[in-house]
Design a protein around this ligand. Structure first.
Ligand SMILES: Cc1cc2nc3c(=O)[nH]c(=O)nc-3n(C[C@H](O)[C@H](O)[C@H](O)COP(=O)(O)O)c2cc1C
Length: 178
């Protein structure tokens, strides 16, 4: 068992890695070093009781991976390996990067794919985030009007991200205690 919070991300151009590192820095001792999901085994992943998972959205509202045109494997290739594994008792929080102006019809859609995959394994998902303050047309990542994880736009709302991350981490603290 790994007592630290596991932080795993997918990325192409590095923004999600940078946010993962920022989150790890804010969590300090409690967090393991963030790792790209393309170099993580399922066993390593499942060793954590609490996980924070980050993803950008690529393609047409897809997870990063080979079929979205990335050069390297990512969440698309990792999630099938997780299928059928038991995540009961584990808690997962999600963050997703997207661009609401350019991809406003599928803003941070990748979040829902991560959400559904870990939920199917029996994990508890925390960290739903309000959709107020964003301007997009549609997102698959909404449940009851809230994103299933923290939505970040590092292109048109970069200046808002740090406060959002701080508020979200404070929210996670509360949800982890309940
Ligand atoms: C080809 C392409 C497709 C994209 N598709 C979406 C999308 O469907 N929804 C969205 O919110 N953002 C989309 N984005 C924006 C990326 O998710 C965003 O730029 C993100 O910050 C990239 O993260 P990364 O640097 O970790 O790879 C797309 C970007 C590119 C280049």
């Amino acid at each position: 068992m790994n007592a630290k919070i596991g932080i795993y991300f997918g990325t192409d151009t590095g923004r999600t890695r940078r946010v993962a590192k920022q989150i790890a820095q804010k969590l300090g001792e409690r967090a393991a070093t963030p790792l790209n999901i393309n170099r993580v085994s399922v066993e390593q992943f499942l060793a954590h009781e609490v996980l924070i998972l980050g993803t950008p959205t690529y393609g047409d509202g897809e997870l990063p991976g080979l079929s979205a045109g990335l050069a390297l494997e990512s969440w698309e290739e990792f999630l099938p390996r997780l299928q059928g594994r038991d995540m009961a008792g584990k808690t997962v929080a999600l963050f997703g990067l997207g661009e609401q102006e350019k991809y406003g019809g599928e803003f941070v859609d990748g979040l829902i794919l991560l959400h559904d995959a870990v939920l199917a394994c029996g994990a508890r998902v925390i960290g739903a985030w309000p959709a107020e303050g964003y301007r997009f047309k549609a997102s698959q990542a909404l449940i009851d009007g809230r994103f299933v994880g923290l939505a970040l736009d590092q292109v048109s709302q970069t200046a808002l991200s740090e406060d959002r991350i701080d508020a979200w981490l404070a929210q996670l603290d509360g949800e982890l205690k309940s």
